[in-house]
Ligand binder design. Structure first.
Ligand SMILES: *[C@@H]1O[C@H](CO)[C@@H](O)[C@H](O)[C@H]1NC(C)=O
Ligand SMILES: *[C@@H]1O[C@H](CO)[C@@H](O)[C@H](O)[C@H]1NC(C)=O
Ligand SMILES: *[C@@H]1O[C@H](CO)[C@@H](O)[C@H](O)[C@H]1NC(C)=O
Ligand SMILES: *[C@@H]1O[C@H](CO)[C@@H](O)[C@H](O)[C@H]1NC(C)=O
Length: 306
């Protein structure tokens, strides 16, 4: 992955991830259905993942070329895994990243750094509400990592025909991430909302730091990442997504599959091994329970620096 968090290994199903809906009242927002390249099935949605080989262009990528090589995908080749997301009136191919939690796309004002000469779709800076938050999203470690910075946009975002109004996302006008040179317009982070820089930036700007679990969970509904907001709105049969890659299809440049709200067709739950996420009590550094569910035990939420 160009974003700096390589998959440790690629199995039939690379990732399976659930959100806890417990204690969170369904807070329906205006959802509208649109046509897309995705397919609605009885219980959820299938979204094809496009894979694309991105030849390394410089030292920044070489290290990750090694990481790709270690899973048998060839040296000095990075793979981009993109899905189409509609933001406002444009469709953007965004790179899936399981190690981060934010959606960002490049702005039409991004010209320097990795944006120089990039021929990807761009989001109009003129559509960004003025006076909003700014965000700087960093990836990887301090010596080899990349950043993507800009203003926070608010627009309708649609994946698989499921739309969320007023979705907060990064409108990046400066980045060192070379994925934009390979016709990917940005990153779609699939990790937990606790790691969202955009949510943190918006909430901090509007009402100060996220200092309680109540504020964190409530603000995830209004200002959190796209997939958790869709799950919290009750639009999915099951609050889950899966990402499926098959090595043989990757080798021939084929497709993978992102599913929302269900397991992939043909995958039997009983054939999977479920590994529980370790909860941390408050004494162990975990988050306080929310006021409406005092017995809940949560993960660690690190306080992120803006
Ligand atoms: C990448 O591979 C080259 C050649 O095998 C090796 O010399 C180098 O140390 C590797 N770099 C990393 C960061 O693993
Ligand atoms: C974003 O973070 C990177 C890496 O720390 C830094 O080089 C860059 O100047 C920052 N950009 C902004 C706008 O703060
Ligand atoms: C990029 O966006 C930030 C945040 O809105 C703004 O402060 C900065 O001036 C912009 N930089 C350029 C080069 O457009
Ligand atoms: C799959 O099985 C696990 C373990 O039995 C269960 O907790 C989970 O709810 C099931 N998930 C689906 C999507 O059926």
């Amino acid at each position: 992955m160009v974003t700096g968090i390589p998959f440790a290994c690629i199995f039939h199903i690379a990732l399976l991830h659930l959100w806890s809906n417990s204690g969170v009242a369904a807070l329906p927002h205006g959802l509208r259905s649109t046509e897309g390249t995705s397919r609605r099935t009885d219980v959820g949605y299938d979204i094809p993942i496009m894979t694309k080989k991105a030849r390394s262009t410089g030292s920044r990528n070489r290290r990750r070329g090694n990481a790709s090589g270690s899973v048998g995908l060839g040296n000095n080749v990075d793979l981009l895994y993109t899905v189409p997301i509609e933001v406002g009136n444009n469709v953007f191919a965004v790179n899936l990243d399981t190690g981060s939690s934010d959606l960002w796309v490049v702005s039409d004002t991004c010209r320097r750094g990795a944006c120089s000469g990039a021929r990807t779709a761009r989001y109009p800076q003129s559509s960004v509400p003025s006076g909003g938050a700014n965000v700087n999203m960093t990836y990887g470690d301090s010596t080899t990592g990349t950043f993507a910075s800009g203003a926070v946009g608010l627009d309708t975002a649609t994946i698989a025909g499921v739309s969320m109004n007023q979705q907060a996302f990064g409108v990046v006008n400066d980045t060192s991430n070379f994925l934009v040179q390979f016709e990917a317009a940005g990153i779609f982070g699939l990790s937990f909302p606790a790691a969202s820089r955009v949510q943190q930036a918006v909430v901090t700007r509007n009402s100060g730091p996220i200092d309680t679990t109540d504020k964190f969970i409530e603000s995830t509904y209004t200002s959190g990442p796209l997939l958790p907001r869709i799950a919290m709105s009750g639009a999915l049969e099951l609050p889950m997504f899966t990402v499926q890659f098959q090595r043989n299809t990757i080798d021939v440049g084929g497709e993978g599959l992102l599913t929302l709200g269900k397991l992939p067709d043909g995958v039997d739950n009983s054939s999977l091994t479920w590994v529980p996420v370790r909860p941390y009590s408050v004494a162990e550094g975990g988050m306080d329970p929310p006021s409406w569910a005092p017995n809940e035990v949560y993960l660690v939420r690190q306080s992120l620096k803006s």
